[in-house]
Each structure stands twice: as structure tokens, then as C-alpha cells.
Design a protein around this ligand. Sequence first.
Ligand SMILES: Cc1cc2nc3c(=O)[nH]c(=O)nc-3n(C[C@H](O)[C@H](O)[C@H](O)COP(=O)(O)OP(=O)(O)OC[C@H]3O[C@@H](n4cnc5c(N)ncnc54)[C@H](O)[C@@H]3O)c2cc1C
Length: 370
Amino acid sequence: MGSLALSRVETLDQPAPSIAGEVARIAKEQLAPLAAGIDAGTVYPAEVLRAFGKVGAWGSHVPHEGPADLRCAIQAMAEIGQVCGGTAFMAWCQNTLVWYAANSTNMNLAKRFGDAFSTGRVLGGTGLSNPMKSFFGIEKLKLKGKKVEGGYIVRGALPWVSNLGPDHFFGTIFEREDDQGTVMFLADCADPAITLTPCKPFLAMDGTGTYGVQFRDVFVPDELILADPAGPFVKKIRAGFILLQAGMALGVIKDCINIMDEVDNPLGHINRYLPQQPVHFRDLAAELEAETMALARDPYNEEETYWRKVIALRLRAGEASVAAAHAAMLHCGARGYLKSHRAQRRLREAYFVAIVTPATKQLRKMLADA
Ligand SMILES: Cc1cc2nc3c(=O)[nH]c(=O)nc-3n(C[C@H](O)[C@H](O)[C@H](O)COP(=O)(O)OP(=O)(O)OC[C@H]3O[C@@H](n4cnc5c(N)ncnc54)[C@H](O)[C@@H]3O)c2cc1C
């Protein structure tokens, strides 16, 4: 009796594992062995993505009766990114898809997909690069939609959409052919009028389920409309869309610091002549993390100064990722030049953080125009 009571007390005394802690554990145990295959494009880690979903990685940022808080989602993504940048990107894709469904006022859609996306039962992503560029005057919208009874007919093509597969969904935007504005919707990859074409090999990210997507007169029923018109909805979700990307950056930067630390013992005597040391990146990562966490508590803030801070943070996160990976390469020397060493993978992943929409050049334009 006494020992039973004691073991109960011991169990109760254990702190509940945090979502980020559980994600870190799964990343170490299940994702780390797959990271090289994901980088090489031979593995798409659907089962690991589902395992992250089961411990809550895709659900913590769903708003509950008003405010939303992105901090836990970003921390979990940073844990994934410390192991594999490609999977951190897929985590962003999934979290963004959840963010769209959670903010939609289409109750039928939210009911049908909300839990499926936030638990990882259904996987998917976002095709918002082209719309995000079009809203800031960089290119024209690539998808067109015609209003018909009960929905729209959509045609056009998007060159790259990630975290896709035959039973996946993604959110994107078309322009109405009658010039009545833009509409945001969920695309169902199982629709026979939607074709996924594998992309030419990339520098990295080949295991991220990235495809060119063609829409051949796809009927999009009202149940799949996220927002009509899209404009006000995009304004609501845009800070979250960008802030969630900080998780990828923080993960890559932290592992670059680990890489520099790992070679300190054999090479510290000569590496100390390099201008950028792990301590610089520790300070930088801490600063970026603090700023990210402050902004991530309030993703619906409509103030222009807040939006400007989000853009500036995202710009710094991309630049810091590339700088940290560059420094890790210089610290490693020939060790990091080996294909089998993760330093060169980190460099390739870091460039992706800086070029994925909103890319460094777009962020600089947005700051210049603001
Ligand atoms: C691995 C990978 C995964 C991506 N995943 C997604 C995703 O999930 N969702 C999403 O919306 N976007 C995705 N993108 C696109 C990404 O977010 C950026 O939009 C893209 O990297 C280019 O951005 P940019 O602002 O530098 O534009 P730029 O490179 O300056 O210009 C882009 C435009 O140039 C044209 N273009 C340039 N090169 C090519 C090419 N090889 N094939 C076809 N057209 C070309 C296209 O019109 C394109 O819109 C992905 C890109 C990559 C490389």
C-alpha cells in the first residue's frame, strides 16, 4: 500500500513533458537517422511528421476564443530544425496549413479539416509564395478562377509547393476572372484535375515533397473556400505566416553553433583567429529568439510598427542563418567539406531560409516600401 502510494507521488512529481521536449525526443530518435536521406531526396518523412502531430506539434498555435500564441509552435520547429532543416520547413508548411484552417470563418471547412490538420492525420502545406509576391507588386497571380454554381473553376500552375503527396491538401489563392478580387482556398491533391509534377533536383530540400502543381479546370466547391475575398484574411494571417518561419532559422543557427563547438577541441587553437566565434552566434540566437517570442505572443496585432518588426526580424533570421552556416564551414575546415558532414548540409539549408518567400530581396523591398 505504502509503496503504491509512493510510486503515485513520484509519478505526480514528474513535470509533464513539454511539446517542444517531446518533439526534441522524437527528432533525436526518429528523425536524425533519416536526415541524410531527406537531404538526398530519397526519404519523405510522413510517419515522423505524424508522430510530431501526435504529441501536439501542429496544434499549439490554434486560436482559442480569440488570441493565438505561436511560441510553442516555433520552439518545436526549432527543435526539429536542429536535426533537419528540410523537416523544419515541412513543419512550417504543416503549421501554416493549420493556421489557415484555424483562422477561416468557413465553419464547414474548419469542422472538416481543423483537427485532421492539427493532429497530423492529414498532411499538407501552402502555395502562397506567388500570392505573397503578387500582393507586394513583384509578380502576377498564377491561378485564375471562374465563379460557377456552388464554387469556382480554377486553372493555372504553381512552380513549387512542398509537403505534398497524393492525399495532401494545401492553401493557395486565385484571382477571379471577372476582376472581383482574389479568393483563398484549399487544394485537394487527390482531385484528378490537379497534377503534381516532381521538380528538378534542388540544392537541398529534395525530401520535402515539393512538386510543381497544375490545376486543369479544377472545381473548388464552397466547402474548400478559406476566404472570399482573400485580402482581409491574408492581412490577418500574414504575421503568423512569417513568424513561424523563425523556427527553421533558430534550429539551423543552433546546430551551426553545435558544429563550431564540436571542432573546438581539435581546432580551437587556430579557429580563434576567425572573426566570428560561437559566442557571437549564441548572443545573436538569444536575441533573435527573444524578439521572436515577444512578437509570437501577439500574431493578430494590426499596428504597422508591429508588422515592420515582423519583417525586420524575418530578414535578420535569414541573414543570421547564412552567416552561422558560413562560420560553421570555416570552423570545420576540411571536415565540413566532406559530403558526409552536416556542416555543408547546414549551409545549403541556410540558403533556403534566406530565399523562401518572403525572400531576402522581397523583405528588403517591403521595408523600403513601408
Ligand atoms: C525547394 C523549394 C521549395 C519551395 N516550396 C514552396 C512552397 O511550399 N510553397 C510556395 O508557395 N513556394 C515554395 N517555394 C518557392 C519559394 O518560396 C520562393 O518563391 C522561390 O524560392 C523564389 O522566390 P524569389 O522571391 O527569390 O523569386 P525569384 O526566384 O526572383 O523569382 C521567382 C519567379 O521566377 C520564375 N522562375 C524562376 N526560376 C524558375 C524555375 N526554375 N521554374 C519555374 N519558374 C521559375 C517563376 O515565375 C517564379 O515565380 C519553394 C522553392 C523551393 C526552391
